[in-house]
Design a protein around this ligand. Structure first.
Ligand code: PGA
Length: 253
């Protein structure tokens, strides 16, 4: 059975002390994750080493970076590479978050490069896709997301795909308090699974975890995660409070 994942995306929030306190509260209160469930904390770069040190012996807890660069090393002032993350034993890397796409101009081809470099360094990409409001209003979201998935993922082999997680995050639902309905999420997740199936076959499609992101909170997580094609969530704002995120972890199937 595919993994159910509660991933916290802290974005550019929390000081070091606040972040470490949050990790401590989460691990104290929620060590009840089983083999099929994972908690992933995507913390800012400067906190990765401490986060990994704290979590390395905590069952079911993993650490993610929020981004990495397309090259392995060199004259790229301010960037962080996949081998650097690997040297800290980071587990996952969020790739192609809509904020990276929109604010930093990352396109599907760039994201494919980033995924390639993550896989080469044994880091698992959490690949984000999702449509902006105007696409949803024009009802062309299925084609839009299909293009994102094809252009960033289809160059990888079935074996490589086993180490990739997909997060569907409709941009109109991120940080807006406006969630996709559980039905809208399920519809898109089923569509994404079909796209994967068309290229990689039924087993690969069945096994890939597809997370929903966009205003997930304790109050709506169980209903959204309860849908058959939704395998957990990528959570921004509501992941910054231990109690709230703890409830979200408990909502995993
Ligand atoms: P949000 O963010 O939960 O604050 O809407 C989700 C995300 O951007 O990953």
């Amino acid at each position: 059975m595919r993994k159910q994942i509660a991933a916290a995306n802290w974005k550019m929030n929390l000081t070091y002390d606040e972040g470490i306190n949050l990790i401590d509260s989460l691990t104290l209160a929620h060590t009840n994750v089983n083999d099929n469930k994972e908690v992933v904390l995507a913390v800012p770069f400067p906190y990765l080493k401490t986060a990994k040190d704290k979590l390395k012996d905590v069952k079911g807890f993993f650490v993610a970076a929020q981004n990495c660069y397309t090259e392995e090393s060199g004259a790229y002032t301010g960037e962080v590479s996949a081998p650097m993350l690997a040297s800290l034993h980071v587990d996952y890397v969020i790739i192609g978050h809509s904020e990276r796409r929109e604010i930093f101009g990352e396109d599907n081809a760039t994201l494919a490069k980033k995924i390639r470099i993550c896989l080469k360094n044994n880091l698992k990409p959490i690949f984000c896709c999702g449509e902006p409001l105007k696409i949803r209003e024009a009802e062309t979201q299925n084609q839009y997301v299909e293009e994102q998935v094809k252009e960033s993922l289809f160059e990888f082999s079935e074996d490589e795909l086993k180490n990739i997680v997909i997060a569907y995050e409709p941009i109109w639902a991120i940080g807006t308090g406006r969630t996709a309905s559980p039905e809208q999420a399920e519809e898109m997740h089923a569509h994404i699974r079909e796209i994967i199936k068309s290229k990689y076959g039924a087993t690969a499609a069945e096994n890939i975890s597809i997370l929903y992101g966009g205003s997930v909170k304790a109050a709506n997580a169980a209903e959204i995660f309860g849908k058959p094609n939704v395998d957990g969530g990528l959570v921004g704002g509501a992941s910054l409070k231990a109690e709230e995120f703890g409830e979200i972890i408990k909502s995993l199937k």
